[in-house]
Ligand binder design. Structure first.
Ligand SMILES: Nc1ncnc2c1ncn2[C@@H]1O[C@H](COP(=O)(O)OP(=O)(O)OP(=O)(O)O)[C@@H](O)[C@H]1O
Length: 253
Protein backbone atom coordinates (compact mmCIF):
# COMPACT_ATOMS: atom_id res chain seq x y z
CA UNK A 1 0.00 0.00 0.00
CA UNK A 2 1.39 3.41 -0.88
CA UNK A 3 1.73 5.87 1.96
CA UNK A 4 -0.61 8.87 2.06
CA UNK A 5 1.09 12.16 1.09
CA UNK A 6 2.17 14.36 3.98
CA UNK A 7 0.89 17.47 2.15
CA UNK A 8 -1.76 17.70 -0.51
CA UNK A 9 -2.87 20.74 -2.54
CA UNK A 10 -6.29 20.43 -4.17
CA UNK A 11 -7.35 23.18 -6.56
CA UNK A 12 -5.71 25.88 -4.45
CA UNK A 13 -6.13 29.53 -5.43
CA UNK A 14 -4.73 32.54 -3.65
CA UNK A 15 -5.76 36.03 -4.66
CA UNK A 16 -4.29 38.86 -2.61
CA UNK A 17 -6.57 41.67 -1.40
CA UNK A 18 -5.28 43.97 -4.13
CA UNK A 19 -6.34 41.44 -6.79
CA UNK A 20 -2.89 39.97 -7.48
CA UNK A 21 -3.02 36.28 -8.28
CA UNK A 22 -0.59 34.50 -5.95
CA UNK A 23 -1.55 30.89 -6.78
CA UNK A 24 -3.79 29.58 -9.53
CA UNK A 25 -5.48 26.18 -9.36
CA UNK A 26 -2.56 24.35 -7.75
CA UNK A 27 -2.98 20.60 -7.23
CA UNK A 28 -0.19 18.25 -6.26
CA UNK A 29 0.90 15.89 -3.49
CA UNK A 30 4.12 15.84 -1.49
CA UNK A 31 5.13 12.39 -0.22
CA UNK A 32 6.50 12.09 3.31
CA UNK A 33 10.27 12.43 3.43
CA UNK A 34 10.66 14.16 0.08
CA UNK A 35 13.21 16.93 -0.59
CA UNK A 36 11.17 19.18 -2.85
CA UNK A 37 12.63 22.24 -4.53
CA UNK A 38 10.40 24.99 -5.92
CA UNK A 39 11.82 27.12 -8.72
CA UNK A 40 10.51 30.02 -10.75
CA UNK A 41 11.10 33.64 -11.54
CA UNK A 42 10.75 36.34 -8.93
CA UNK A 43 7.04 36.87 -8.33
CA UNK A 44 6.07 33.41 -9.62
CA UNK A 45 4.40 32.49 -6.30
CA UNK A 46 7.09 30.42 -4.55
CA UNK A 47 6.88 32.24 -1.20
CA UNK A 48 3.11 32.31 -1.40
CA UNK A 49 3.02 28.54 -1.94
CA UNK A 50 5.30 27.87 1.02
CA UNK A 51 3.43 30.20 3.33
CA UNK A 52 0.06 28.62 2.66
CA UNK A 53 1.41 25.36 4.11
CA UNK A 54 1.74 26.80 7.63
CA UNK A 55 -1.14 29.23 7.13
CA UNK A 56 1.06 32.34 7.25
CA UNK A 57 -1.01 33.12 4.14
CA UNK A 58 -4.66 32.16 3.82
CA UNK A 59 -5.85 30.62 0.59
CA UNK A 60 -8.86 31.99 -1.29
CA UNK A 61 -10.28 28.64 -2.43
CA UNK A 62 -9.39 24.97 -2.72
CA UNK A 63 -8.01 22.79 0.03
CA UNK A 64 -4.67 21.95 1.62
CA UNK A 65 -4.41 18.81 3.71
CA UNK A 66 -1.54 17.88 5.99
CA UNK A 67 -1.36 14.30 7.14
CA UNK A 68 -4.75 13.87 5.48
CA UNK A 69 -6.45 16.61 7.52
CA UNK A 70 -7.76 19.79 5.88
CA UNK A 71 -6.00 22.73 7.55
CA UNK A 72 -8.05 25.61 6.07
CA UNK A 73 -10.28 26.01 9.11
CA UNK A 74 -7.73 25.41 11.86
CA UNK A 75 -7.89 27.98 14.65
CA UNK A 76 -6.44 28.35 18.15
CA UNK A 77 -5.00 25.11 19.47
CA UNK A 78 -5.24 23.18 16.17
CA UNK A 79 -3.37 25.96 14.34
CA UNK A 80 -0.71 26.07 17.07
CA UNK A 81 -0.23 22.30 16.79
CA UNK A 82 0.02 22.55 13.01
CA UNK A 83 2.68 25.25 13.26
CA UNK A 84 4.58 23.21 15.81
CA UNK A 85 5.09 20.40 13.34
CA UNK A 86 6.21 22.76 10.57
CA UNK A 87 9.55 24.54 10.97
CA UNK A 88 10.31 27.53 8.79
CA UNK A 89 13.55 29.23 7.87
CA UNK A 90 13.91 32.50 6.00
CA UNK A 91 16.42 34.26 3.78
CA UNK A 92 17.17 36.77 6.56
CA UNK A 93 17.55 34.09 9.31
CA UNK A 94 15.18 35.99 11.71
CA UNK A 95 17.40 35.53 14.77
CA UNK A 96 17.50 37.77 17.84
CA UNK A 97 20.90 39.25 17.01
CA UNK A 98 21.94 40.47 20.43
CA UNK A 99 21.02 37.20 22.18
CA UNK A 100 23.10 34.06 22.56
CA UNK A 101 22.85 31.14 20.20
CA UNK A 102 21.40 29.10 23.08
CA UNK A 103 18.64 31.65 23.69
CA UNK A 104 17.81 31.77 19.99
CA UNK A 105 17.59 28.00 19.74
CA UNK A 106 15.48 27.76 22.90
CA UNK A 107 13.04 30.25 21.39
CA UNK A 108 12.04 27.44 19.01
CA UNK A 109 10.46 25.80 22.03
CA UNK A 110 8.22 28.71 23.08
CA UNK A 111 5.01 27.13 21.85
CA UNK A 112 5.48 24.57 24.61
CA UNK A 113 5.58 27.21 27.38
CA UNK A 114 3.25 29.85 28.85
CA UNK A 115 4.39 33.34 27.73
CA UNK A 116 5.59 34.50 31.17
CA UNK A 117 8.05 31.63 31.42
CA UNK A 118 9.62 32.44 28.06
CA UNK A 119 9.85 36.15 28.93
CA UNK A 120 11.70 35.22 32.12
CA UNK A 121 13.86 32.72 30.23
CA UNK A 122 12.64 29.86 32.41
CA UNK A 123 13.47 26.92 30.17
CA UNK A 124 13.74 23.41 31.60
CA UNK A 125 16.99 21.48 31.88
CA UNK A 126 15.58 18.98 29.39
CA UNK A 127 15.02 21.74 26.86
CA UNK A 128 18.50 23.18 27.42
CA UNK A 129 19.87 19.72 26.71
CA UNK A 130 17.68 19.53 23.63
CA UNK A 131 19.15 22.86 22.47
CA UNK A 132 22.65 21.38 22.71
CA UNK A 133 21.56 18.31 20.74
CA UNK A 134 19.93 20.51 18.08
CA UNK A 135 23.14 22.51 17.74
CA UNK A 136 25.11 19.28 17.45
CA UNK A 137 22.85 18.29 14.53
CA UNK A 138 23.93 21.44 12.67
CA UNK A 139 27.58 21.18 13.80
CA UNK A 140 27.50 24.28 15.98
CA UNK A 141 27.57 22.89 19.53
CA UNK A 142 30.69 24.94 20.29
CA UNK A 143 28.79 28.20 19.66
CA UNK A 144 26.20 27.79 22.43
CA UNK A 145 27.14 30.98 24.30
CA UNK A 146 28.21 33.07 21.29
CA UNK A 147 26.08 36.07 20.38
CA UNK A 148 24.08 35.36 17.23
CA UNK A 149 25.37 38.45 15.42
CA UNK A 150 28.97 37.30 15.89
CA UNK A 151 28.38 34.33 13.58
CA UNK A 152 28.77 34.13 9.82
CA UNK A 153 25.65 34.11 7.66
CA UNK A 154 25.86 30.37 7.09
CA UNK A 155 26.27 29.72 10.80
CA UNK A 156 23.30 31.99 11.57
CA UNK A 157 21.15 30.05 9.14
CA UNK A 158 22.19 26.80 10.82
CA UNK A 159 21.21 28.29 14.19
CA UNK A 160 17.83 29.04 12.61
CA UNK A 161 17.63 25.39 11.52
CA UNK A 162 18.56 24.25 15.06
CA UNK A 163 15.78 26.50 16.36
CA UNK A 164 13.24 24.73 14.16
CA UNK A 165 14.53 21.36 15.40
CA UNK A 166 13.30 22.36 18.87
CA UNK A 167 9.78 21.97 17.48
CA UNK A 168 10.55 18.38 16.49
CA UNK A 169 9.20 19.24 13.04
CA UNK A 170 7.87 16.81 10.46
CA UNK A 171 8.20 19.43 7.75
CA UNK A 172 10.75 22.21 7.18
CA UNK A 173 9.86 25.07 4.85
CA UNK A 174 12.87 27.06 3.65
CA UNK A 175 12.18 30.29 1.77
CA UNK A 176 15.31 31.23 -0.20
CA UNK A 177 17.50 30.03 2.69
CA UNK A 178 20.80 30.64 0.91
CA UNK A 179 20.02 33.69 -1.19
CA UNK A 180 22.28 35.94 0.86
CA UNK A 181 25.16 33.47 1.33
CA UNK A 182 28.39 32.81 -0.53
CA UNK A 183 28.89 29.44 -2.26
CA UNK A 184 30.87 27.83 0.55
CA UNK A 185 28.41 28.68 3.33
CA UNK A 186 25.56 27.89 0.97
CA UNK A 187 26.83 24.31 0.81
CA UNK A 188 26.95 23.98 4.63
CA UNK A 189 23.33 25.10 4.91
CA UNK A 190 22.04 22.94 2.06
CA UNK A 191 24.03 19.93 3.31
CA UNK A 192 22.46 20.41 6.75
CA UNK A 193 18.96 20.42 5.29
CA UNK A 194 19.82 17.34 3.25
CA UNK A 195 21.13 15.50 6.31
CA UNK A 196 17.98 16.24 8.33
CA UNK A 197 15.91 15.06 5.39
CA UNK A 198 17.81 11.83 4.95
CA UNK A 199 18.60 10.94 8.55
CA UNK A 200 15.50 12.21 10.34
CA UNK A 201 13.00 11.76 7.51
CA UNK A 202 11.91 15.40 7.73
CA UNK A 203 10.04 16.50 4.60
CA UNK A 204 11.89 19.54 3.24
CA UNK A 205 10.45 22.11 0.85
CA UNK A 206 12.87 24.74 -0.37
CA UNK A 207 12.41 27.75 -2.65
CA UNK A 208 15.55 28.36 -4.65
CA UNK A 209 16.63 30.74 -7.35
CA UNK A 210 19.68 28.68 -8.23
CA UNK A 211 19.00 25.98 -10.81
CA UNK A 212 22.35 24.33 -10.02
CA UNK A 213 21.46 23.98 -6.34
CA UNK A 214 18.00 22.73 -7.20
CA UNK A 215 19.52 19.97 -9.32
CA UNK A 216 22.08 19.07 -6.69
CA UNK A 217 19.76 18.67 -3.70
CA UNK A 218 16.21 18.00 -4.92
CA UNK A 219 14.42 14.66 -5.10
CA UNK A 220 11.88 16.47 -7.22
CA UNK A 221 11.60 19.92 -8.77
CA UNK A 222 8.39 21.85 -9.31
CA UNK A 223 8.26 25.06 -11.30
CA UNK A 224 5.86 27.95 -10.88
CA UNK A 225 5.07 30.69 -13.33
CA UNK A 226 2.54 33.46 -12.64
CA UNK A 227 1.06 31.39 -9.79
CA UNK A 228 0.61 28.26 -11.87
CA UNK A 229 2.30 24.89 -11.56
CA UNK A 230 4.04 24.59 -14.91
CA UNK A 231 6.57 21.87 -14.15
CA UNK A 232 6.75 18.81 -11.91
CA UNK A 233 9.40 16.12 -12.37
CA UNK A 234 11.47 13.71 -10.27
CA UNK A 235 15.12 14.73 -10.33
CA UNK A 236 16.11 11.85 -12.62
CA UNK A 237 13.87 13.28 -15.34
CA UNK A 238 14.90 16.93 -14.96
CA UNK A 239 16.98 18.41 -17.76
CA UNK A 240 18.84 21.67 -18.06
CA UNK A 241 16.64 22.58 -21.01
CA UNK A 242 13.47 22.10 -18.91
CA UNK A 243 14.73 24.45 -16.24
CA UNK A 244 15.88 27.04 -18.73
CA UNK A 245 12.41 26.95 -20.28
CA UNK A 246 10.71 27.69 -16.92
CA UNK A 247 12.77 30.83 -16.65
CA UNK A 248 12.78 31.84 -20.31
CA UNK A 249 9.04 31.43 -20.84
CA UNK A 250 8.35 33.22 -17.58
CA UNK A 251 9.97 36.31 -18.94
CA UNK A 252 7.39 36.54 -21.68
CA UNK A 253 4.47 36.58 -19.21
N1 LIG B 1 1.07 40.66 0.57
C1 LIG B 1 0.91 40.74 -0.76
N2 LIG B 1 -0.05 41.53 -1.29
C2 LIG B 1 -0.24 41.60 -2.62
N3 LIG B 1 0.48 40.91 -3.52
C3 LIG B 1 1.44 40.10 -3.06
C4 LIG B 1 1.72 39.97 -1.66
N4 LIG B 1 2.74 39.09 -1.50
C5 LIG B 1 3.09 38.69 -2.73
N5 LIG B 1 2.32 39.31 -3.67
C6 LIG B 1 2.37 39.10 -5.13
O1 LIG B 1 2.06 37.75 -5.39
C7 LIG B 1 2.88 37.26 -6.45
C8 LIG B 1 3.70 36.07 -5.98
O2 LIG B 1 4.64 36.55 -5.01
P1 LIG B 1 5.66 35.60 -4.24
O3 LIG B 1 6.38 36.43 -3.24
O4 LIG B 1 4.95 34.39 -3.77
O5 LIG B 1 6.65 35.18 -5.42
P2 LIG B 1 8.08 34.47 -5.33
O6 LIG B 1 8.11 33.51 -6.46
O7 LIG B 1 8.33 33.96 -3.98
O8 LIG B 1 9.06 35.68 -5.64
P3 LIG B 1 10.55 35.94 -5.08
O9 LIG B 1 11.41 34.92 -5.75
O10 LIG B 1 10.84 37.33 -5.54
O11 LIG B 1 10.50 35.82 -3.59
C9 LIG B 1 3.72 38.45 -6.93
O12 LIG B 1 3.06 39.06 -7.99
C10 LIG B 1 3.74 39.35 -5.71
O13 LIG B 1 3.92 40.69 -6.09
Amino acid sequence: MTQAPIISFKGVNKIYNNGTVGLKDISFDIPRGQFLVVVGLSGAGKSTLLRTINRMHEITSGEITIEEEPINDYKGQSLRLLRRKIGMIFQGFNLINRSSVERNVLSGRVSYYPTWKTICGLFTKADREMAVRSLQRVNLADKLYTRADELSGGQQQRVAIARTLMQDPKIILADEPVASLDPLTTATVMDTLQRLNREDGITVIVNLHSVALARKYADRIIGLRAGQLVYDQPIAAVTEADLNRIYAEGEQV
